[in-house]
Design a protein around this ligand. Sequence first.
Ligand code: FPP
Length: 251
Amino acid sequence: MNTQSEISILPAHVAIIMDGNGRWAKLRGEPRNKGHRQGVKSVKNIVKTCISKGVSTLTLFAFSSENWKRPRTEVSLLMELFLTALGSELRELDKNGVRLRFIGDRSDIPAKVQRAMENAEIQTTDNQNLTLVIAVSYGGQWDIKQAVQQLARRIEAGELTADEINERHIADNLSTVEIPPPDLFIRTGGERRISNFLLWQLAYTELYFTDTLWPDFDDQAFSEALDDYAKRQRRYGMTPEQTQAKQVSHA
Ligand code: FPP
């Protein structure tokens, strides 16, 4: 059983850039798609581990706005892989209490994939063990742009003035509305970049980068990331003394 201190140092929301599938395959002389298929296995494992550890939200960057620039064959393969994974895993995810949410610009996604995404969201809407947010055709800049457009429409309609806009208005119009910001961001595969992932939402998130390639990111690698997170002091702009006082008052 978890002690109180273990509970408080577990991130409630983990967001991951799953990088390195292509290199994993190349190292083995295999085509890139083999790496993506292996990446799906890592996804399944991390979902299971998040449920057992009690992480409440997991956000995975599956396909970025920029990934549309990849060769057509790889884009089609990734879309097919999402469709197949959704088809084969939905029942199991539902049984395990996983609520699925997709974020991103759906307009470019093939219609059959869009339908599968909508069905999965509807079927799992009442589940409460883990919210699994999958970013597909997602870009942080796209998300902020569409939020600004929604607010601009409200201004045009006379419902809001420019001076009334505050941070809450922006957060409430992002695709992550009602999802708390990530506590821990993990990027596998060696790069130290955010790459247009959750730009607004990562403002106070603890960042963790590892050279481990996504298909190799197992429970041991995840535990190392969680241990590293547990040692961080999150200050939200305050001094170390203020932060400690706040932690004591909440203990
Ligand atoms: C990055 O590796 C990975 C992707 C762009 C796709 C991620 C997709 C999966 C893990 C599979 C499906 C996911 C779900 C949620 C079912 P890369 O191709 O950029 O690797 P590289 O940097 O080594 O080339």
